[in-house]
Each structure stands twice: as C-alpha cells, then as structure tokens.
Ligand binder design. Structure first.
Ligand SMILES: *[C@@H]1O[C@H](CO)[C@@H](O)[C@H](O)[C@H]1NC(C)=O
Ligand SMILES: *[C@@H]1O[C@H](CO)[C@@H](O)[C@H](O)[C@H]1NC(C)=O
Ligand SMILES: *[C@@H]1O[C@H](CO)[C@@H](O)[C@H](O)[C@H]1NC(C)=O
Length: 193
C-alpha cells in the first residue's frame, strides 16, 4: 500500500496542477481581451425611439433592374423555393421612384417556404440623406407576402444606429404581376442612442 500510494497520488497532483494552471491562464487571458466599460465612454446616454417612413422600390424588369436573380429555383415549385435575388433597391420619401432618394436597401431576399410565398429578407438600409447619411440599419426577417402587413426585425445598425433594435411594418403599395416590380411602404421603429 505504501508503494501504491505515490502511484495513485502523483497523477492526481499532476491533474490538479494542470487544471489550476489552465484556470489561472484562462483568467489572465479573459482580463486581457475583455473589460467592463461605462456606457458613457462610448457616448451612450439616453436611448431614443425614432420612426422612419419611406418607400422601397424593387425593380426586377427593364434595362436597369435593382433586384437581380442570383440563384434560380432549383426545382419547379409554386413558391420558387430556393430562389435568391440580390438587391440594391432605392428608398424614397414618396411612392414615386422620382421622389427624393434617402438611401438604398442592399442585401438579398430568398424564397424560404415550400408551401407559401414567404421570403427571408436580409438587408442593410444605407441612408444617404441628412444626419443619418452613412449610418445603416440591418434587417433580417420573414416576409409572408400575402399578409397585408408584415413585420421584420431590425437586428442592429452602424453609425447613429449602433446598438439599435426595433422592427419594420411593411405594406405592399404596388405589385405588378407581369413585371414583378414592387413598391413597398416601410414604417420603421428603432430604439437607438
Ligand atoms: C412546373 O409545374 C407546373 C405545375 O405543376 C407545370 O404546369 C409546368 O409545366 C412545370 N414546368 C416545368 C418547366 O417543368
Ligand atoms: C412619377 O412622377 C413623374 C414625374 O416626376 C410622372 O411623370 C409619373 O407619372 C409619376 N409616376 C407615378 C406612378 O405616379
Ligand atoms: C453623405 O456622405 C457622403 C460621404 O461622406 C458625402 O459625399 C455626401 O455628400 C453626403 N450627402 C449628403 C446629402 O450630405
């Protein structure tokens, strides 16, 4: 027994030393790459709620489309399941494409349902007007096309929209069944600093 004891105890000591070393080094690393910060240091004071209203123009037809097919439907299906269109859609103040341009919606949408016309929308709204010029809002959500009002989450943003969250309520203003061109009204509610 006296001879067995060191053999049993040694691996335990080694194990203990190794695990305590790794604990110490992990703590040291944690401290070197993460720290807690006063939000005021980043200028994050009072959170505010902003409402944006504009129209999104999806131009599929004609010589200058703003939405282009990048992945055609892999199988013949009524919902064109799997289709992906890349977009760089103008955002304007009014319903007419000639009204004031305030930014663009860059991203893609994809047919994500085998049964219904549900799109997965992934977009960055890049504002180009006024104090929001250069700031972006990121949208990622489900767009069931046949619902009169759809809700898309605002997942975050950049510039004046750092730490943003919120949602967009969207309504189809115009949809042309022949050309597939669409104008959609956006009401976006964003909490940001
Ligand atoms: C696709 O399916 C529809 C209805 O199921 C059928 O009428 C049409 O011919 C099919 N098209 C192709 C290219 O297979
Ligand atoms: C958009 O405005 C232009 C003039 O700026 C006008 O010619 C055109 O008819 C308008 N389109 C719609 C759909 O109202
Ligand atoms: C928006 O910002 C860009 C780049 O900083 C600048 O070139 C452009 O003139 C600005 N537009 C407006 C309307 O302020």
């Amino acid at each position: 027994m006296a001879r067995l004891l060191p053999i049993l105890v040694c691996p335990l000591i080694v194990f203990y030393l190794l695990s305590s070393f790794s604990t110490i080094s992990a703590t040291a690393e944690d401290q070197s790459y993460a720290r807690s910060l006063d939000p005021k240091l980043l200028g994050l004071k009072k959170q505010k709620l902003s409402h944006f209203h504009f129209y999104w123009h999806d131009i599929v037809s004609g010589p200058n489309p703003t939405a282009v097919l990048v992945v055609p439907p892999p199988k013949n299906s009524s919902t064109a399941f799997g289709t992906v269109r890349m977009i760089d859609d103008p955002l304007t103040l009014g319903t007419n494409i000639t009204s004031k341009l305030i930014g663009r919606a860059q991203g893609f949408y994809a047919s994500a349902s085998q049964k219904d016309l549900d799109l997965l929308m992934v977009m960055n709204f890049v504002f180009t007007e006024g104090k929001y010029n250069g700031s972006t809002i990121t949208i990622l959500g489900r767009n069931p096309l046949f619902n009169p009002v759809r809700e898309l989450p605002v997942i975050s943003g950049t510039g004046l929209f750092r730490f943003a969250r919120g949602y967009a309520e969207i309504k189809t203003h115009m949809f042309d069944l022949n050309t597939l061109d669409a104008v959609v009204e956006y009401n976006v509610y964003v909490l940001h600093y």
